[in-house]
Every structure is written in structure tokens, then in C-alpha cells.
Design a protein around this ligand. Sequence first.
Ligand code: FES
Length: 201
Amino acid sequence: MESIRLEIDGKFVEAQEGMTILQAARGAGIDIPTLCYDERLAPYGACRLCTVEITEDNRTRLVASCVYLVEEGLVVETNSERVNKIRKMLLELLLPLAPTGPLESLARKYGLEGSRFTAEQTSCVLCGLCVRYCAEIKKANAIGFIGRGIDREVAFLPEVAPKVCASCRECFAICPGGKLASETDGVRFPISIWQSKQELR
Ligand code: FES
């Protein structure tokens, strides 16, 4: 595999062909915040929190570092004013959905004490980590997205979840909003969640 040299935050970094900017940066000890990324899963590129600024051929633009592959001679800024402004805005938009836990810590890191926006506190930022973990790692497909647009949400699937979820629950640990743990209590888990959602429709 070919070796690729690029510059990240003024530091020359050696990466392998096929690596993403995020992987190259983390390999060099440079932190980039993420919400929908998990190294065990295929990149998804949904949250855009990993946005960085790249310059090539004297052209600067913003890309999601978890899906953008390294290129020879690429110049990357992970912490520029423009990048931080975008991350701060994204966090402010997401914070009302899940105001505690990882999102709260990230928001503080970017200087946010609260949000100017309001939204129903769903504890879900639609990162899809649970859905993809269940499909890609567990091969169970017991949880999925339902609805479209602003009605989009994750739900346990009644044909599969009752058979596999109670003995697994591995997706709970990777949920950045705490939705799964907060909605399940062992007694009504997991089928009642789906049923109650259906009753509301
Ligand atoms: S971590 Fe890259 S888009 Fe979410």
C-alpha cells in the first residue's frame, strides 16, 4: 500500500493510501471531534462534526474528515476559526435534542453554555451508530430508522428485537444521546417501545 504525506495542523503526517483524514489525524495524535463515527463501522458522514478545512491547488474547502480520503500534499486545518464556528453551530443545533452526556461536554469545549434553539428532547441525534452497529457488527438488524424528514427516528423492529435485544444491548454503550438506555428499563424492553410508537401514529 502506498504511503501518502500530508500536512495536518502544520505537522507533516505519513498515512497509508485509503485512510481517511480522521484516521491519519488520530494516528498522529491530533484530535477531531466526532459523533457518528466508530472505527468498527463503515464511515457514515452524517453529523459533520468532524468537519475540517482542506487546501489543495490553492483552493480551500470544508470536508467531513471521517469520509474524506488522504491525498498526497493535502494541507488540513482541524482547528481553524471557520471549522470551530461550524462545529459550534452544529452542537448548538443538536444540544436541545440530547442536552446531557457527550454532547454537553462537547458543547462546553466549544464555548457553549446552552443553545438558542429549542427542540423536543429525544435523546437521539440520528447518528445511526446503533442501527449500523446492529447491522454491521451483530448482523441482527434489530433496530432501524423509521419515518422521514423531521419525523425520522430510530426504533426497535418488532420482528427481530424481542428475540435478540434483551441478551445483547451492546448498542446502548455507543449511543451518544443516551436514548436507548433511557427508553428501556428491562420490563417493557424492547417491544413496548415499538408498540407505543405505533400507537402514536
Ligand atoms: S463523524 Fe464525520 S460526519 Fe459524523
